[in-house]
Write a protein of this length. Structure first.
Length: 475
């Protein structure tokens, strides 16, 4: 699922960016400057940006957050070079932050020029003509390896069946009868090696739309890293979606296998590797139901940091159908405000669990990211739920989360977080999870991330503690 968040295209930004076919060729900033010098001598495309400029620092921040830091050269850069860097890093993202929007607006002339004059950059791009767009498909690849162990982890193993000899009717001889043995709980603390492999395919037909397909495979037992896939080592289609702009401000998508909340922009900047705390406390309101494979959504950008999104999921891949009495459906909405330094979002969802019962959830999230160097960002989240059909004394649930993150600690990113690992049912104890991680980029395409976490368990059960290291490759 997460692969699609890097495949879907943001039309609001894409209109100023290069076609996806450019991704197959590397931009040579020197060639750009030499080529453009003949045509743009009378505008300020090549005025220098220095490390002390706000735009220079903003570009560095964006590249770091988007894992594109390898694109930033040392020393001053021209405005045209800055535009090329912004384009290369952001053109495949569905959501853009207020800081990224400000940079796109600032370098609008240069980005427009790159798009309109791209034919001169490389002879291999001659098929890209004015007013047209090549339908060449772009592929991205990633692989993850992980090794680790979880202390206190156990699994339930089927006891199987056995044959016993019994006298059934009390007369005559015994008869052999097959009986089911009780399930067993066994220790699962051994070291494990997990892996996953993903291929993302993205095709545009107009330069602003995007048809995206994700192929995935993976196997393992370290559930917090979420590398194991439903079909194990078989490379299968995990999801397919089509995204298109609706005017200048809105974007919509429809899909199979992609969560209905794919266009949501939850106010959280914490980016820890664990599956449990990745929701930032919005556990259920950001809909992603396993038994509802059809997803659709729309997002509208009001400008000045305000955004509203709607999402839907249903069982259109079954005989139950979409929007029917027999089928299960989920709807959700989110309103967000964010800028360079802080943001807040409110999310609400209604999830059908049967023909007669619905669960409802409301979540609020916020983040603060100080401008001063060396200080961490802070993200918080709180969700309240009402479980339909449950008894009145156990029908309310709560979840919460807090995470802090240093984006530039040494060469990497350090994060610490805590939150509920299962929703708290009213009148019950809180079961919390605590984690710490450090993400270190070895080079442009390889990152190593050690993770340690502990989970509270119910009384009488040992806490679960995990220690693992994930190595990620992208190419």
């Amino acid at each position: 699922m997460k692969l699609f968040q890097s495949l879907l295209v943001a039309p609001a930004a894409l209109g100023l960016m290069l076609p996806n076919t450019i991704k197959a060729a590397e931009l040579n900033l020197g060639d750009i400057s030499r080529y453009s010098g003949e045509n743009v001598e009378n505008i300020s495309n090549f005025s220098e940006l220095y490390p002390s400029d706000w735009s220079y620092q903003s570009i560095k921040d964006v590249l770091l957050s988007r894992n594109c830091s390898n694109l930033m050269p040392y020393g001053s850069i021209s405005r045209f070079e800055a535009a090329a860097i912004i384009n290369s890093c952001l053109k495949d993202y569905v959501q853009i932050t207020d800081k990224e929007r400000r940079l796109i607006d600032e370098f609008n002339p240069e980005l427009s020029l790159i798009k309109s004059r791209v034919n001169g950059l490389d002879n291999s791009l001659k098929e890209v003509e004015a007013g047209s767009f090549s339908t060449t498909t772009v592929a991205s690849f990633s692989a993850d390896f992980a090794i680790g162990a979880v202390n206190g982890k156990s699994v339930t193993v089927s006891g199987g069946e056995t044959t016993v000899s019994v006298n059934i009717d009390g007369v005559g001889g015994n008869e052999n009868v097959v009986v089911k043995k009780a399930d067993e709980t066994k220790n699962a603390e051994a070291f494990s090696f997990d892996y996953s492999y993903e291929i993302g395919l993205s095709t545009s037909f107009t330069g602003e739309d995007s048809l995206d397909v994700a192929l995935v495979a993976g196997d393992g037992t370290l559930s917090e890293l979420d590398l194991s896939k439903d079909d194990g080592s078989k490379l299968v289609v995990d999801g397919i979606s089509y995204t298109l702009p609706l005017g200048d401000k809105a974007i919509a998508f429809i899909s199979h296998g992609v969560e209905g909340s794919a266009l949501f922009n939850t106010a959280c900047v914490y980016e820890g590797p664990s599956d449990t705390l990745s929701s930032c406390g919005a556990v259920s309101s950001a809909i992603d139901e396993d038994d509802q494979a059809i997803g659709a959504g729309v997002s509208y950008d009001f400008g000045n940091g305000f955004n509203v999104s709607f999402g839907y999921e249903g069982q259109g891949d079954t005989t139950a159908g979409l929007g029917s009495k027999e089928g299960l459906d989920s709807i959700a909405a989110q309103a967000t405000y964010s800028n360079d330094y802080f943001g807040v979002s409110l999310t609400g969802a209604r999830i059908e669990t049967s023909e007669t019962n619905d669960d409802t959830f409301t979540a609020i999230n916020a983040f603060f990211s100080p401008d001063e160097g060396g200080l961490p960002s802070i993200s918080v989240g709180y969700e309240r739920g009402d479980v339909g059909g449950a008894a009145s004394n156990v029908d309310e649930t709560t979840s919460y989360f807090i995470g802090i993150q240093w984006d530039e600690l040494g060469e990497g990113v350090l994060g610490l977080a805590a939150g509920t690992h299962t929703p708290i049912v009213e009148n019950s104890d809180s079961l919390l999870m605590y984690e710490a991680y450090y993400s270190y980029p070895v080079n442009d395409g390889m990152t190593i991330t050690p993770l340690i976490y502990t989970k509270d368990q119910s009384k009488g059960t040992d806490n679960e503690t995990g220690l693992m290291v994930k190595t990620s490759f992208s190419f």
